[in-house]
Design a binder for this molecule. Sequence first.
Ligand code: PEP
Length: 245
Amino acid sequence: MLVAGNWKMNGLLRDAEYLADKLASRNIQNSKTEVVIFPPFLHISAVSRIVQKANIQVGGQNCSALKSGANTGEISCEMLLDVGCSHVLVGHSERRSLHGETETSVANKYAAALDVGLTPILCVGESLEQHDLGKTQEVVLRQLSAVKETVGLGGLCSGIIAYEPLWSIGTGLAALPSQAQSVHQTIRSCLGSPGAKTRVLYGGSLNSENSLAMFVEKDIDGGLVGGASLQSEEFLRIIKLAEQL
Ligand code: PEP
Protein backbone atom coordinates (compact mmCIF):
# COMPACT_ATOMS: atom_id res chain seq x y z
CA MET A 1 0.00 0.00 0.00
CA LEU A 2 1.09 3.55 -0.64
CA VAL A 3 -0.56 6.66 0.73
CA ALA A 4 0.41 9.97 -0.85
CA GLY A 5 -0.52 13.46 0.32
CA ASN A 6 -0.72 16.31 -2.18
CA TRP A 7 -0.54 19.58 -0.25
CA LYS A 8 -1.07 21.66 -3.41
CA MET A 9 -0.52 25.43 -2.99
CA ASN A 10 -1.39 25.58 0.69
CA GLY A 11 0.30 26.93 3.79
CA LEU A 12 3.36 28.95 4.63
CA LEU A 13 6.70 27.48 5.64
CA ARG A 14 5.72 27.31 9.31
CA ASP A 15 2.54 25.41 8.42
CA ALA A 16 4.50 22.91 6.33
CA GLU A 17 6.99 22.37 9.16
CA TYR A 18 4.18 21.94 11.68
CA LEU A 19 2.41 19.37 9.52
CA ALA A 20 5.65 17.53 8.78
CA ASP A 21 6.46 17.42 12.51
CA LYS A 22 3.08 15.90 13.30
CA LEU A 23 3.46 13.27 10.57
CA ALA A 24 7.01 12.48 11.65
CA SER A 25 5.67 11.43 15.04
CA ARG A 26 3.75 8.50 13.53
CA ASN A 27 4.61 5.04 14.75
CA ILE A 28 6.26 3.33 11.82
CA GLN A 29 7.22 0.08 13.45
CA ASN A 30 6.16 -2.86 11.31
CA SER A 31 4.52 -0.59 8.77
CA LYS A 32 4.68 -1.87 5.22
CA THR A 33 2.75 1.16 4.00
CA GLU A 34 4.79 3.70 2.06
CA VAL A 35 3.97 7.33 2.71
CA VAL A 36 4.90 10.14 0.31
CA ILE A 37 4.04 13.80 0.80
CA PHE A 38 4.09 16.52 -1.83
CA PRO A 39 4.67 19.97 -0.32
CA PRO A 40 4.97 23.14 -2.41
CA PHE A 41 8.46 23.39 -3.99
CA LEU A 42 9.70 26.04 -1.57
CA HIS A 43 8.97 23.87 1.46
CA ILE A 44 10.48 20.62 0.21
CA SER A 45 13.94 21.00 1.77
CA ALA A 46 12.64 21.83 5.23
CA VAL A 47 9.95 19.13 5.14
CA SER A 48 12.34 16.53 3.85
CA ARG A 49 14.75 17.15 6.76
CA ILE A 50 11.92 16.78 9.27
CA VAL A 51 10.41 13.55 7.93
CA GLN A 52 13.48 11.63 6.80
CA LYS A 53 13.80 9.59 10.01
CA ALA A 54 10.08 8.81 10.03
CA ASN A 55 10.30 6.82 6.83
CA ILE A 56 8.16 9.34 4.98
CA GLN A 57 9.23 10.20 1.47
CA VAL A 58 8.86 13.55 -0.21
CA GLY A 59 8.01 14.51 -3.78
CA GLY A 60 7.46 17.46 -6.10
CA GLN A 61 3.99 18.38 -7.37
CA ASN A 62 5.36 19.06 -10.84
CA CYS A 63 8.66 19.18 -12.71
CA SER A 64 10.16 20.45 -15.92
CA ALA A 65 10.88 18.00 -18.72
CA LEU A 66 14.06 19.96 -19.41
CA LYS A 67 17.37 19.49 -17.68
CA SER A 68 18.57 23.05 -17.13
CA GLY A 69 19.11 26.40 -18.81
CA ALA A 70 17.02 29.37 -19.84
CA ASN A 71 13.68 28.20 -18.45
CA THR A 72 12.63 30.92 -16.04
CA GLY A 73 10.42 29.68 -13.23
CA GLU A 74 10.90 25.98 -13.91
CA ILE A 75 12.23 23.26 -11.58
CA SER A 76 14.17 20.32 -13.00
CA CYS A 77 13.92 16.71 -11.86
CA GLU A 78 17.55 16.80 -10.78
CA MET A 79 16.80 19.80 -8.55
CA LEU A 80 14.00 17.83 -6.91
CA LEU A 81 16.28 14.88 -6.33
CA ASP A 82 18.92 17.21 -4.91
CA VAL A 83 16.62 18.54 -2.17
CA GLY A 84 15.48 15.11 -1.04
CA CYS A 85 12.64 14.10 -3.35
CA SER A 86 12.07 10.51 -4.37
CA HIS A 87 8.81 11.06 -6.30
CA VAL A 88 7.12 13.60 -8.53
CA LEU A 89 3.48 14.06 -9.58
CA VAL A 90 3.10 14.22 -13.34
CA GLY A 91 0.00 15.32 -15.21
CA HIS A 92 -2.16 16.18 -12.22
CA SER A 93 -5.53 17.29 -13.59
CA GLU A 94 -4.96 20.82 -12.25
CA ARG A 95 -1.75 20.99 -14.29
CA ARG A 96 -3.55 19.67 -17.36
CA SER A 97 -6.63 21.89 -17.07
CA LEU A 98 -5.27 25.09 -15.51
CA HIS A 99 -1.74 25.14 -16.87
CA GLY A 100 -2.17 23.78 -20.37
CA GLU A 101 -0.23 20.54 -19.99
CA THR A 102 -0.67 18.30 -23.00
CA GLU A 103 -0.28 14.53 -23.39
CA THR A 104 3.14 15.24 -24.92
CA SER A 105 4.39 17.49 -22.14
CA VAL A 106 3.14 15.04 -19.51
CA ALA A 107 4.92 12.16 -21.28
CA ASN A 108 8.15 14.18 -21.50
CA LYS A 109 8.00 15.00 -17.80
CA TYR A 110 7.44 11.32 -16.98
CA ALA A 111 10.50 10.44 -19.05
CA ALA A 112 12.60 13.17 -17.42
CA ALA A 113 11.71 11.91 -13.95
CA LEU A 114 12.63 8.32 -14.80
CA ASP A 115 15.86 9.57 -16.33
CA VAL A 116 17.19 10.92 -13.04
CA GLY A 117 15.77 8.14 -10.87
CA LEU A 118 12.70 9.89 -9.49
CA THR A 119 9.52 7.82 -9.33
CA PRO A 120 6.83 9.62 -11.32
CA ILE A 121 3.20 9.32 -10.28
CA LEU A 122 1.18 9.70 -13.47
CA CYS A 123 -2.28 11.16 -12.79
CA VAL A 124 -5.00 10.09 -15.19
CA GLY A 125 -8.75 10.54 -15.10
CA GLU A 126 -11.81 11.71 -16.96
CA SER A 127 -13.89 14.89 -16.67
CA LEU A 128 -17.51 14.80 -15.56
CA GLU A 129 -18.63 15.23 -19.15
CA GLN A 130 -16.47 12.35 -20.35
CA HIS A 131 -17.72 10.27 -17.42
CA ASP A 132 -21.35 10.99 -18.31
CA LEU A 133 -20.69 10.10 -21.95
CA GLY A 134 -19.29 6.74 -20.86
CA LYS A 135 -15.80 7.62 -22.09
CA THR A 136 -13.87 6.97 -18.88
CA GLN A 137 -11.95 3.90 -20.04
CA GLU A 138 -11.18 5.48 -23.43
CA VAL A 139 -9.78 8.66 -21.83
CA VAL A 140 -7.68 6.83 -19.27
CA LEU A 141 -6.27 4.45 -21.88
CA ARG A 142 -5.39 7.38 -24.14
CA GLN A 143 -3.55 9.13 -21.29
CA LEU A 144 -1.61 5.95 -20.51
CA SER A 145 -0.78 5.36 -24.18
CA ALA A 146 0.70 8.83 -24.60
CA VAL A 147 3.24 8.06 -21.87
CA LYS A 148 3.80 4.50 -23.07
CA GLU A 149 4.70 5.77 -26.55
CA THR A 150 7.45 7.91 -25.04
CA VAL A 151 8.94 5.67 -22.34
CA GLY A 152 7.80 2.21 -23.46
CA LEU A 153 5.75 -0.22 -21.42
CA GLY A 154 8.68 -0.97 -19.10
CA GLY A 155 9.14 2.73 -18.38
CA LEU A 156 5.45 3.26 -17.73
CA CYS A 157 5.38 0.30 -15.35
CA SER A 158 8.37 1.53 -13.37
CA GLY A 159 6.40 4.54 -12.16
CA ILE A 160 3.10 4.74 -10.32
CA ILE A 161 -0.34 5.44 -11.79
CA ALA A 162 -2.99 7.44 -9.95
CA TYR A 163 -6.56 7.25 -11.22
CA GLU A 164 -8.17 10.54 -10.28
CA PRO A 165 -11.59 11.24 -11.79
CA LEU A 166 -11.79 15.02 -12.19
CA TRP A 167 -15.38 15.13 -10.94
CA SER A 168 -14.16 13.71 -7.67
CA ILE A 169 -11.16 15.94 -6.97
CA GLY A 170 -11.95 18.41 -4.23
CA THR A 171 -15.70 17.87 -4.55
CA GLY A 172 -16.31 15.59 -1.58
CA LEU A 173 -17.73 13.07 -4.03
CA ALA A 174 -15.47 10.03 -4.13
CA ALA A 175 -16.04 7.42 -6.82
CA LEU A 176 -17.77 4.28 -5.64
CA PRO A 177 -15.16 1.64 -4.82
CA SER A 178 -16.66 -0.60 -7.51
CA GLN A 179 -16.46 2.21 -10.10
CA ALA A 180 -12.82 2.88 -9.22
CA GLN A 181 -12.00 -0.83 -9.20
CA SER A 182 -13.34 -1.23 -12.71
CA VAL A 183 -11.07 1.56 -14.02
CA HIS A 184 -8.12 0.18 -12.06
CA GLN A 185 -8.70 -3.21 -13.63
CA THR A 186 -8.56 -1.59 -17.07
CA ILE A 187 -5.32 0.16 -16.13
CA ARG A 188 -3.88 -3.10 -14.83
CA SER A 189 -4.78 -4.91 -18.06
CA CYS A 190 -3.16 -2.14 -20.09
CA LEU A 191 0.05 -2.58 -18.09
CA GLY A 192 0.00 -6.34 -18.59
CA SER A 193 2.48 -8.62 -16.87
CA PRO A 194 5.31 -6.02 -16.66
CA GLY A 195 2.89 -4.04 -14.50
CA ALA A 196 2.11 -6.78 -12.02
CA LYS A 197 3.96 -4.86 -9.31
CA THR A 198 3.12 -1.34 -10.51
CA ARG A 199 1.13 0.57 -7.93
CA VAL A 200 -2.19 1.97 -9.07
CA LEU A 201 -3.57 4.53 -6.62
CA TYR A 202 -7.03 6.05 -6.39
CA GLY A 203 -7.41 9.79 -5.77
CA GLY A 204 -10.48 11.98 -5.34
CA SER A 205 -12.10 13.09 -2.08
CA LEU A 206 -10.54 10.34 0.01
CA ASN A 207 -10.93 10.63 3.76
CA SER A 208 -10.82 8.35 6.79
CA GLU A 209 -14.47 7.35 6.25
CA ASN A 210 -14.21 6.12 2.68
CA SER A 211 -10.56 5.02 2.28
CA LEU A 212 -10.77 1.51 3.66
CA ALA A 213 -13.59 0.50 1.29
CA MET A 214 -11.41 1.77 -1.55
CA PHE A 215 -8.18 0.15 -0.35
CA VAL A 216 -9.72 -3.33 -0.04
CA GLU A 217 -10.51 -3.41 -3.75
CA LYS A 218 -8.28 -5.88 -5.58
CA ASP A 219 -6.56 -3.44 -7.97
CA ILE A 220 -6.33 -0.41 -5.68
CA ASP A 221 -2.90 -0.16 -4.09
CA GLY A 222 -3.38 2.96 -2.04
CA GLY A 223 -4.48 6.55 -2.39
CA LEU A 224 -3.49 10.02 -3.50
CA VAL A 225 -5.05 12.33 -0.94
CA GLY A 226 -5.50 16.07 -1.44
CA GLY A 227 -7.55 18.07 1.07
CA ALA A 228 -7.49 15.43 3.80
CA SER A 229 -3.68 15.32 3.75
CA LEU A 230 -3.55 18.85 5.15
CA GLN A 231 -4.89 17.72 8.52
CA SER A 232 -2.30 15.57 10.24
CA GLU A 233 -4.75 13.53 12.34
CA GLU A 234 -6.97 12.76 9.37
CA PHE A 235 -4.05 11.86 7.11
CA LEU A 236 -2.57 9.62 9.84
CA ARG A 237 -5.95 7.88 10.16
CA ILE A 238 -5.93 7.15 6.40
CA ILE A 239 -2.39 5.77 6.68
CA LYS A 240 -3.50 3.54 9.58
CA LEU A 241 -6.34 2.15 7.43
CA ALA A 242 -3.86 1.27 4.68
CA GLU A 243 -1.65 -0.40 7.27
CA GLN A 244 -4.43 -2.87 8.09
CA LEU A 245 -4.12 -4.43 4.64
C1 PEP B 1 -5.82 15.59 -5.62
O1 PEP B 1 -5.78 16.79 -5.84
O2 PEP B 1 -4.96 14.84 -6.09
C2 PEP B 1 -6.92 15.08 -4.78
C3 PEP B 1 -7.14 13.80 -4.79
O3 PEP B 1 -7.63 16.01 -4.06
P1 PEP B 1 -8.82 15.72 -3.02
O4 PEP B 1 -8.42 14.55 -2.15
O5 PEP B 1 -8.95 16.98 -2.22
O6 PEP B 1 -10.03 15.41 -3.81
